[in-house]
Design a protein around this ligand. Structure first.
Ligand code: DP6
Length: 356
């Protein structure tokens, strides 16, 4: 599908409501650097999560004359003016693809299943659930659209809200951005990876809460800083190479090489932050302490637990489901002391968004 295929011009006034839940995701190959309207400079791939999700409900009706705003937004039952700008920008971007939105008013309500102050990015889950809800208006006008088109366009729209959100619609693994090894990959939407070894379909992600404060530098600014980062071009080459290698690793269930690629990606992401100008560091001393413990534990036990990082200090511990009990003991014995108020979240790979 090309960009133009996602334009649905028909405008009709409709009433309706829709509810979707959408999970967060954790990137294995990191999206860091973008151009144009939310297009990634390099391909990325992520595990879709299960427990950390956003639930969004919208009611829509024709807009009244003289009504000059077109949405209201409640988060956890309260007004959240700080989110309004992002939603407004999102609505303006998706108008090109569903112009009927302009003639409607939307009452939007959202909540997350994970604590707000946990340092877990919610843009992927929130923007993907919102995109799915907005697709419902297109479906009301054109009930004939297929489920595949519905989901693919939701991923396309979600990207316009937040790049990583494009990868939250499907699961257990979704890739986004072009790469020669993935012939059906697209710059515009996420694609679910079908051929993957069983071990990766039940992978665990335990999120250690190292810092629950909001990030000092937003992802949006971080992406922008890649434009002048002297290492950027090599980073994009590296991400492409890692993407290609990872495809076979995922297919074969090659855990050793999985660990090598995943940890290198996490550290490369943060290396980009440290070499941007101005530079910034999102790692916390406890992030590094946890990484060292993971290296040591793996050396001592040969249990394949590895780490990855988001744009923040929290550590995602990834491991096969069969090592769940051993990983939990390791966390309790060695890692809890590095977590804010001993907090961590046990999540696992999931299959994507769900209509509720
Ligand atoms: C480090 O998707 O949050 O999590 O497109 O500006 O909303 P915007 O950025 P965002 O960036 C995510 C960056 C990352 C890596 C990843 O998820 O691939």
């Amino acid at each position: 599908m090309i960009e133009q295929d996602f334009i649905f011009k028909k405008v009709k006034l409709v009433n309706g409501s829709s509810s979707w839940e959408s999970p967060s995701n954790i990137a294995l190959i990191k999206y860091w650097g973008k151009y144009g309207v939310q297009l990634p400079k390099n391909p990325s791939i992520s595990f879709t999560l299960s427990e950390c999700k956003t639930i969004t409900k919208i009611n829509f009706r024709p807009k009244k004359e003289k009504e000059n705003i077109n949405f209201s937004f409640l988060f956890d039952g309260s007004l959240k003016p700080s989110f309004n700008k992002k939603i407004d920008q999102f609505i303006n971007r998706i108008l090109t693809y569903i112009p009927a939105i302009k003639n409607h008013f939307f009452e939007i309500e959202s909540y997350n299943t994970f604590p707000h102050s946990s340092g877990i990015a919610s843009s992927a889950s929130s923007m993907s659930s919102l995109a799915l809800c907005f697709m419902e208006i297109e479906k009301q006008i054109n009930p004939k659209i297929s489920k595949d088109y519905f989901m693919q366009k939701a991923s396309f729209l979600a990207r316009l809200g937040s790049g990583s959100a494009t990868r939250s619609i499907g699961g257990p693994l979704v890739y986004w951005g072009t790469n020669k090894t993935y012939d059906d990959s697209s710059l515009f939407y996420g694609t679910t990876m079908n051929s993957v070894a069983p071990v990766f379909k039940t992978f665990q992600d335990t999120i250690l809460i190292i810092d629950k404060n909001e990030k000092k530098v937003s992802s949006t600014i971080g992406h922008q800083l890649m434009k002048s980062n002297p290492y950027a071009e090599n980073r994009f080459i590296q991400a492409n190479e890692n993407m290609s290698k990872l495809k076979y690793v995922l297919l074969k269930g090659d855990i050793d090489n999985f660990i090598k690629i995943i940890e290198l990606e996490a550290l490369s992401l943060h290396a980009m932050m440290m070499t941007s100008s101005p530079s910034f560091i999102l790692l916390h001393p406890n992030t590094l302490a946890v990484i060292k413990e993971v290296y040591e534990f793996r050396k001592q036990t040969s249990i394949p637990i590895c780490f990855t990082l988001d744009a923040g200090a929290n550590v995602h511990l990834l491991y096969p489901h069969q090592f769940f009990d051993k990983a939990q003991n390791f966390i309790r014995d060695k890692l809890l002391k590095y977590c804010v108020s001993n907090k961590f979240i046990n999540d696992h790979v999931g299959v994507g968004s769900k209509k509720i």
